[in-house]
Design a protein around this ligand. Sequence first.
Ligand code: PLP
Length: 401
Amino acid sequence: MSISAFTGVFTQQEALPEVAQQAALAQLASGRLHRYNTVEGETAETVLLEQEFAEYMGAKYCLACTSGGYALHIGLLALGLEKGEAVMTNAYTLSPVPGAIVNAGGVPVLVEITDDLVLDLEDLVLKIEQSGAKKLMLSHMRGYLVDMTALMAICDQHGVDVIEDCAHTMGASWNGIKSGKFGKIACYSTQTYKHINSGEGGLIISDDEDIIAKCVLHSGSYMLYETHTAAPSAEVFERHKYITPNFSGRMDNLRAAILRPQLANLDQSIERWNKRYHIIAECFKQSDVIVYGQRSDAEYFVGSSLQFRLPTFSVQQMLDYVAACNELGVVVKWFGEQAPKGYTSNHHSWQYINPQPCPKTDKTLSTLCDIRIPLTFTEADCQHISEILCYCAEFINQQEQ
Ligand SMILES: Cc1ncc(COP(=O)(O)O)c(C=O)c1O
């Protein structure tokens, strides 16, 4: 192949900002890592993070916890999920999403996606009617936002509560409204590959005082909930404190300390991601083989990863394409792969739920590729990557002819 290989590492995130490193050292020096271990007059880093995230989101309440999946789990319980109750979710998402539904005692009902990688609203109506589900765990998978105005109209009309999985949309918005402000609850992840990085971690926001009080109690607040400032008053907790089990999943002060400076920089990071995303997407415009998801003008997204399809390719061509890109140093994930690989799986491998035919989703996934765009890549790196992606697509396409 007459193109030079790329040597960057797709899983290498940036070092944490100096100020975050200093904050971590200060926290370690204090020895007070547990969120409820404070001295007189001290506000825990975890409490400050919750206040700052609530402010960033324009939300009334916020809780920090151990992971995005944990946030989804206790969020569903706080919404009043009953054992065996149906919960709709996207047929295209990652495994912690159906996992959280099952963990909470729910039964996942898969809703098809469109070629543009968002929930198929016609199928949503059908699934509401068929299953009678009153809850939707809406996964903004890979940062694609469905028409939120239309979706909320459908859910409101049918009395369906929405819990937003914003693992890939922290900082994104629809018509100027931040992703996470549409549903009753929104859940975020701060795992290493997300938009702010604490290794592991999760955040929940809600404007509903009873919901967030239940989340705080579930997360393991014991009777120390009054130290939470992005939370409702003690009377609200009185209503729930004897009947809400402790599912221990608190965030610690060390993680909160390193997240706060990253949150302060989030909007600048998003600009840097989007610059890189657009360099790659621009190059795709010259390819007859590659198609990438159309995005609405109403959507402000975070280009921390990029998805594209090769709609004319067979299974063998997809395998050859992924192998060719990999040979040239570009790690491409393929959602049509039969066996789950690394972080990537599709609904066929979630065999702990009832199998559900999703032909439309399967067709889309059969030629869907995915790459990460870490901020350690320069703009020149992104140009190089895009050339390899297009070169390999042309190469495999021509081999077939
Ligand atoms: C779409 C989606 N939702 C939820 C999660 C769960 O986040 P966490 O890994 O913090 O549990 C992930 C994690 O990768 C994800 O990709």
